[in-house]
Each structure stands twice: as C-alpha cells, then as structure tokens.
Design a protein around this ligand. Sequence first.
Ligand code: ATP
Ligand code: MG
Length: 417
Amino acid sequence: MINKPKGTQDILPQDSPLWRKIEDAAHRVCAAFGYQEMRTPVFEDTSLFQRGVGDSTDVVQKEMYTFEDKGGRSITLRPEGTASFVRSYIENSLYANPQPTKLYYLISCYRYEKPQSGRLREFHQFGVECFGGTTDATDVEVITLALRFFEELDVKDLVLNLNSIGCPVCKKEYNQKLVEYFKQYEDKLCDTCKERLYKNPMRIIDCKSPICSEIAADAPKMIDHLCADCQEHFDKTRAYLDALKVPYQVNPNIVRGLDYYTRTVFEITSSSLGAQSTVCGGGRYNGLVEELGGKPTEGIGFAIGLERLILILKNQGYSAVTEQTPALYVASIGEEADMFTQKLVFTLRSKGIHAESDLCGRSVKAQMKYANKLGAKFTMVLGEDEIKRGTADLKNMETGETQSVSLDEDTIYTMIK
Ligand code: ATP
Ligand code: MG
C-alpha cells in the first residue's frame, strides 16, 4: 500500500463542509472589503522566492521544495503567496489600474518542515494583499479584515500582536546595534545564525532554536529605534485601531519570518493552539515590488493558516455538518425498470433534486436497506408492473405513509421537492 507523503493530509468528506464554510466566509468578507480573488501557479521560478522571501530566511534556507525540471530550470513549490502575487502584479501590469489593487487568495503552500500539530508540509492559506495603499488607514483595513474573518467564523480568544520593524533607514542603524549585541554570544548561536549575524541579524530574533531565542529575548528592540516617520506611522496606526476599539498588544518581539517586511507587522495568536500559536501573520512590505522589478509600490497583506484555524475551531467544539441526504431513492428491479429509473433520477437531478438509485446490483430488499441508511426522505420501488401501469407507491420515510403517484417526472418533482 502507498501512503500519503509525510506532512500531508487528506481532507475527507466529513471535513469538507468545514473547509467550505471557511472558504465561504473568506469570499464573503473579502467582497465586503472590496478584495478580488486571484490565483497564481503552484510552482514558480526558484529565484522569485530567493529574492522575494529572502535568501537568509528559514523558508528559503531550509524549507523550500526545489527541483530541476526536465528543461533544466530550477522550480520551487510556493512556500507562501505574497512573492507570487507581487510577481503577478508586475507581470500583468495591475499597477496600471486605479490604485489600490486589493487581492486575496485561498492557496496550498509547501514547506519542508518537521511535521507536528499545526505544522505540515502541505498546508493552506487564506491571505490578502493590498498594493498601492499609502496611508495608515490601509494597515488598519487589512488588520480589521483579518479580524472580521475570524469574527464571521465565531473564533474566540484571539490576541492581535502589533509591532513596527521600521524602514531601511532606521533598520540600518538598528542592525548595527543588533550585531553588537549578538556578537557577544557568537559562539553560542546556531550555525545558521552565525552566518546571519553580519548579513541579516534581525533573522536571529526569528530563529526557532531555543538557545538563539533565549539570547534574542534581551536583544535591542526595533520599536525603540524607529525613525520619526516610522514612529508617526506606528502611532497613527495605533490611534486608528483605538478609534475602532480593536484590542491589541504591542509585541516588540515580532519580526516575522520573511525578509520583505517594513513598518507594521502583526500576528494573531490563539491560546488554544499550543506551540504553533500563530494563526495569522502579516505586515507591510514597501520594498518588495521594487525588489522584484516593479516601480516602488507600497504593499501590505496577511496570511492565515487554515489547518491551524481548523484546529482552533475544533478545540472550540465546532463542527460543520451539512446533511447530504437524498430527497428520493428509487429502487428498481428488472432491466426495463432499471432503465426507467436512470432516466427519472437524471431528470430530477437536472432540476436540482438529490435523487439516488442502485449502482451495486443489490436486491430490492437490500436497496431499501441502503435507502434507509442514506436517510432518503422518500422511496419508491419500480418493477415491470409499475412501468406498465404508469404508477407507483411513493413512501414518505418519516411518516411511513404511502401514496400512489403517476410515474411522470413533473408529478414526482412536485411531490418531493
Ligand atoms: P511559524 O512561525 O509557525 O513557522 P511562519 O512565520 O513561518 O509561522 P508565515 O510564513 O507567516 O508563517 O505564514 C502565515 C501562516 O501560515 C502562519 O501564521 C500559520 O498559520 C501558517 N503556516 C505557516 N507554516 C505552516 C506550516 N508548515 N503548516 C501549517 N500552517 C503553517
Ligand atoms: Mg515557519
């Protein structure tokens, strides 16, 4: 027997209604906020993520599914959505439309990670990206969209963590302070962080190794070193959130796992998730469009991990059950009746009625047992006599009542709909 690859999941029929409920909520909330759905390829040129996510990130250094295709190109399965959306925004000249460009996605992502609860190798994200929104109100729109989505699904006990990681101007000075700080502990850092120390010291703050995290806990905080412009942007964003009565906590330790963030970064966490507590991560990426070959364009977005969201919903005792019980089960016996049944069932289905018939060659008795198991609301048995007469008994399975009906599709439709 061949099993599914490590770190992947089958979404079984009983879980589909929950997935659909989540997806429906995403579509609804995005429509109200004026975001449009976009879909990009599952795989991209590897260099897109090297440049777009950042060479010194965990995602690029350790987690990408990269392979050479038969044409000798280096291909990578998308580890996230933003880089692809920026590529598409530039490639399809979406910047030529009146700005901002407000987009969202529901996608699968691929990261070679150690599978555990809330951490898979194939997982799914609902995310949004807003390009060309220049004011602080944009940050607030994106953050409140995420919160509205969770509210729509009645998710409880979430915490919004907010931080600013500055712009290239203030980051430069801050990075020097970080290097000075981490240099004292250079021997103790993990090998990856030793390499990052001089190239991209901020990444050390995001390292998952316990020793690096412990050292990073006391590192200087970006939020204490913002330039005047970044400080103003942060203060104004906070003022908007306060005005909207959105609760949040400033968390100076959030730097986010990807390199492209500037200014606002945020994470939404849930206490019911255990170690992998972050269900949503997002922020501004003002330099990314330019980095990937476009004109300087402001951008901001977030991504929500849907498997983690499902863990929260299930921990809250949530279950979405959509009953899929047939309105009518038509049992048949004999070739002529079988043929008639197929035609009848097909016509009713064309009218949107869930009708079922035998596909397993069962006896009439076994067919009725099966109809019961399916929870069919009405049943009917067709044999040679019924076809000849042009009538049959329609049984209401709830009340047990039977009624003789004409074997005419419109009559049956009216009786059971
Ligand atoms: P973490 O710190 O947990 O590794 P991350 O910072 O790598 O998360 P992002 O790149 O910000 O995650 O992705 C956004 C969201 O996607 C996360 O908050 C999480 O909900 C989800 N996510 C990320 N990686 C995984 C994964 N391997 N399996 C399941 N969900 C994931
Ligand atoms: Mg990660």
